[in-house]
Design a protein around this ligand. Structure first.
Ligand code: ADP
Ligand code: ADP
Length: 228
């Protein structure tokens, strides 16, 4: 289909003389419009799966498709955005300038950049903080700015790797509902990697469970709360 697709993917990392088999026979289909979560034990290969879709690493065997395209084609078309704990803000740029960064790289003109960045900043609840610098914001606010930056590109697919992993439980909970609200206003198909079953169930209509390393999808559960 035209969604996110992982077909019989294997991934072997080789570093010096160390060989790590991260994924074996891993398959997953996420239809367009779905909100899916991927859960599983630490080290089972969840980030690897996401990084394959995001064209950061290539699978050793098998194939990944994003909207019917290879990950590198999808990247060229800017059809996905990735948000992770490592999504960092440039400390010498204001929040507005940081959120504009993706649009700048995409060659969007200044007036249009300003408009779309301001819109995304408002969407994540950071209106009034446009001229602040990253260090002046809390961790949670910086993560929301990273989400805003991803949303400015209006990606068809949003790939999120533990976007709130560094935050405490209460802040996470607050941000989840914030995220829910944000995503309701965008039409993105979402794949969220999380270690929190609660987060997965609250936020998704499909939960995929990965077996311990080498990872493959062992269960796929439709939650069916109906987020529309
Ligand atoms: P998860 O996201 O489920 O915690 P990862 O995909 O990060 O799992 O990692 C799966 C396995 O692959 C782990 O054993 C990890 O140490 C290994 N791994 C991940 N990235 C690399 C890398 N760049 N080089 C070598 N090994 C890696
Ligand atoms: P953290 O993860 O560091 O707790 P939060 O996003 O929960 O980050 O915000 C921490 C602090 O920042 C809170 O005390 C809150 O009052 C303030 N804050 C967050 N968002 C806004 C906002 N949109 N307007 C004003 N203050 C905010």
């Amino acid at each position: 289909g035209d969604g996110l697709s992982i077909r019989d993917v294997g991934m072997v990392y080789r570093r010096d003389d160390q060989v790590t088999t991260a994924l074996v026979g891993c398959s997953l289909e996420i239809p367009v419009g779905s909100w899916a979560s991927l859960i599983g034990a630490s080290g089972c290969g969840k980030s690897t799966l996401l990084r394959i879709l995001a064209d950061i690493v290539a699978p050793t065997t098998g194939a990944a498709r994003v909207g019917g395209l290879s990950p590198s084609e999808a990247r060229a078309m800017r059809s996905f955005a990735l948000v992770s704990q490592q999504s960092t803000m440039l400390p010498w740029r204001t929040i507005l300038a940081n959120v504009e960064l993706g649009l700048e790289v995409a060659g969007v003109d200044k007036a249009e950049r300003r408009r779309r960045a301001a819109e995304a900043i408002e969407l994540v609840g950071l209106k009034g903080f446009e001229q602040a610098f990253p260090a002046e914001l809390s961790g949670g606010m910086r993560q929301r700015a990273a989400i805003a930056r991803a949303l400015t590109l209006k990606p068809r697919f949003l790939l999120m790797d533990e976007p709130f992993g560094a935050l405490d439980e209460i802040t996470r909970e607050k941000l989840n509902f914030e995220l829910l609200r944000i995503l309701k206003e965008t039409a993105a198909t979402l794949l969220l990697v999380t270690h929190s079953i609660a987060e997965a169930i609250i936020l998704s209509d499909v939960v995929a469970v990965m077996s311990p390393r080498p990872g493959r999808i062992s269960h796929r559960v439709e939650i069916g709360f109906g987020h529309d």
